[in-house]
Design a protein around this ligand. Structure first.
Ligand code: MN
Length: 496
């Protein structure tokens, strides 16, 4: 359901008429060559589209207006091959509504020592031309990503790849709809927040539907469709004996499959990109959606439990950003701690709803009592998650602003079974260390719900926060509480 290939980034080169038609023809030729190189790169997941060189305020304005209007255009890359006087850019930049990457590169990698002359200098002016442009963007207080280096450099391609993926995630949020079945979990603060402000800031809407509306759709699902899905379960997972054909809980598996199909139909019919529910409001549902939520996340839908619409939306954005990359992006919760001084770590999980895209190998499909919610025992997928670098990201509403909080972590392979806690689980060591990371998270007001990402690094979230124009707070290997707390205080002033 996530296809980045149809999306476009426009490559816009700035110049002026001062240099004459011959030089401008060269500018266009070089720009096309760079565009083709980016477009042909396996690393860059979207189309990179060449736009005719802009030389006047009118051309700049028209090109940016067109970028704003174009449904497939998710952002623009700007580059000044020559000198493009930046007062020409004011009107265009004023109306720019899409993310911008400023490529500070030059066509030639090396100085051609023996042949360099004034003709060469008329054509190759990026070193100063890009500064003139950069001044205006800074003067206008516009967020953008600046990428520096020779355009064929692997690091440059990597930076562009990340930014394109982030722009795609941002684009996906614009006009996105998320459905909230029931309200927030009673009395919980951090999962709540200002949905009006979120729509203004982020472009997605969150609206409620009674669980009864969903139950009606679930009840409309036909038996044959359910049986097909159960066959799929049988092939994909190790089914617990009681869930197998003629097993005592086979009926529960039938119910779980029916719930999955019902939710999916509801999401498809309504054009929703994600949902949230709460175990406190499940009237008419036989069991809490376990395997349904897990599998729908794996298919690309955003989800978070307990009415947590912010995390559901962030899960979706991360899935778009990470589309096609190895590893998953999942709804997560800090479940419990292991404070053994020799081996400190966090056990991450949720009651049921851990995204099966994280599963290390074939998952078990099991049924167990839940203890809360007062419903029939829910079917869920149980699995371990592989070790490796990851991040936990949390989006919270600070009242006067949204804060995106990140912690870089290192997941470790589970050494122990959890025979009496049948949930999907991850073990990680937060950076820089447990004591610092957890204190920093608490000081920053981070939620207990996060997006756990195996394939997005801090660089993605840095670009994302910039495009969304929100606060970013990072906890990583360099964090010391001393400066971290000061950073929060400075930030408080910045956003006042
Ligand atoms: Mn929770």
């Amino acid at each position: 359901m996530i296809d980045l290939k149809k999306l476009e980034v426009w490559f816009i080169t700035g110049s002026q008429h001062l240099y004459g038609p011959e030089t401008l023809a060269k500018v266009a030729e070089h720009s096309q060559e760079i565009t083709e190189y980016f477009d042909g790169s396996d690393k860059i997941p979207v189309k990179v589209v060449y736009k005719p060189v802009v030389k006047t305020p009118e051309e700049i304005y028209e090109t940016i207006a067109a970028a704003n209007q174009d449904k497939n255009c998710i952002g623009i890359i700007t580059w000044m091959h020559t000198f493009s006087p930046s007062k020409m850019w004011i009107r265009g930049l004023n109306i720019l509504q899409k993310p911008m990457l400023h490529l500070h590169s030059q066509f030639n990698r090396d100085i051609p020592w023996d042949s360099i002359d004034m003709d060469f200098m008329n054509l190759n002016q990026s070193a100063h031309g890009d500064r003139e442009f950069g001044f205006m963007v800074s003067r206008m207080r516009k967020n953008r990503k600046v990428v520096v280096g020779f355009w064929q450099d692997e690091k440059v391609i990597n930076d562009i790849d990340i930014w394109c993926r982030v722009a795609a995630g941002w684009n996906d949020w614009q006009g996105a709809k998320f459905v909230r079945f029931g309200d927030n979990m009673r009395y919980v603060a951090v999962t709540d927040g200002d949905k009006v402000e979120a729509e203004l800031k982020f472009g997605f809407s969150v609206n409620t539907h009674a669980v009864g509306d969903l139950v009606a759709v679930i009840d409309s699902i036909g038996e044959s469709q359910i049986n097909v899905l159960i066959k799929g379960y049988e092939q994909a997972y190790h089914l617990a004996d009681s869930l197998k054909e003629d097993g005592q809980n086979r009926k529960s598996l039938f119910e779980a499959a029916k719930i999955e199909l019902g939710i999916k139909k509801f999401l498809e019919d309504g054009g929703y990109k994600g949902f949230t529910d709460t175990f406190e409001d499940l009237h008419g549902m036989v069991q809490l959606p376990g395997i349904a939520a897990q599998r729908l996340m794996e298919q690309g839908y955003g989800f978070a439990g307990e009415g947590d619409w912010k995390t559901a939306a962030l899960v979706r954005a991360c899935k778009v950003m990470g589309a096609g990359l190895k590893g998953g992006n999942a709804f997560m919760e800090d479940y419990t701690y292991h404070f053994d001084p020799e081996d400190q770590m966090v056990l991450g999980s949720h009651m049921l709803e851990i995204d099966s895209s994280l599963a290390d190998g074939k998952a078990n499909c099991e049924i167990h009592p839940l203890g809360i919610g007062g419903k029939a025992d829910p079917v869920r997928l149980v699995f371990n998650v592989a070790g490796g670098n990851a991040v936990n990201a949390s989006l919270i509403d600070m009242g006067n602003r949204f804060r995106l909080l990140l912690n870089e972590v290192k997941a470790v392979e589970p050494k122990n079974d959890l025979p009496k806690l049948p949930v999907a689980r991850v073990l990680w060591k937060p950076l820089p260390d447990m004591k610092t990371a957890l204190a920093a998270w608490i000081y920053a007001g981070g939620a207990h719900h996060t997006v756990y990402s195996q394939n997005l690094t801090t660089d993605y979230f840095r670009d994302f926060a910039k495009i969304a124009d929100i606060e970013l707070v990072i906890i990583n290997g360099k964090t010391s509480l001393d400066t971290f707390e000061k950073e929060l205080q400075w930030s408080e002033i910045y956003y006042r």
